[in-house]
Ligand binder design. Structure first.
Ligand code: HEC
Length: 167
């Protein structure tokens, strides 16, 4: 009998305690929810709108903007050379006429600047078209050739010989 009473007291207390714990948990969740919603005051329409717009914003956008060319179009001959030609022409990789080696360039220059430009634009043997940079314009190519020739000490119509070019 005594044991029975004890047991029922224990059962009741356990039930009561878990009930309280549950209530505490529910209250805690309600409080948490309220704090979430209180971030958007119901009368603050602008913030509510912003929140809604943010929530329903599209995951992606279609853009009709022109993609930027990989290499900026407006570059000096020197910039183009540094970016797209120096890799081969500074050291004479794969038989590329080396900048500074007049004897390697002279027979090529004899073809004329227009032909050199055409060859460099379209590629010739181991020389890749536009040095492998399709974004470059014909003017970019021409100016970088003029720059290489200038650095080599070869004067073309459009090539002011660099002051420090080897003679
Ligand atoms: C991947 C290496 C490489 C790159 C990068 C490169 N060239 Fe060349 N280029 C060569 C080689 C190799 C030759 C020699 C081809 C041959 O005559 O067999 C050459 C030859 C040339 C010639 C001489 C063509 C002729 O008619 O004799 C010109 C002009 C030239 N390159 C310009 C350029 C310019 C301008 C750039 C940068 C925009 C450039 N090259 C980038 C490898 C390269």
């Amino acid at each position: 009998m005594n044991l029975q009473t004890d047991k029922s007291v224990v059962t009741t207390s356990v039930a009561l305690l878990s009930g309280l714990a549950l209530l505490a948990a529910v209250l805690f969740m309600v409080a948490a929810l309220m704090s979430v919603f209180s971030h958007i005051a119901p009368d603050d329409n602008l913030r509510k709108q912003a929140f809604t717009l943010e929530r329903i914003k599209p995951v992606a956008r279609v853009s009709f903007e022109q993609p930027k060319p990989a290499v900026a179009v407006k570059m000096s001959g020197q910039e183009v050379y540094n970016k797209a030609c120096a890799a081969c022409h500074a050291a004479g990789v794969m038989g590329a006429p080396k900048v500074g080696a007049k004897d390697q360039w002279e027979p090529r220059v004899a073809q004329g600047l227009d032909t050199l430009t055409t060859h460099a634009v379209n590629g010739i043997r181991a020389m890749p078209a536009k040095g492998g940079n399709p974004a470059l314009t014909e003017a970019n190519i021409r100016e970088s050739i003029v720059y290489m020739l200038g650095e080599t000490g070869i004067k073309t119509d459009a090539a002011p010989v660099a002051a420090d070019a080897p003679k």
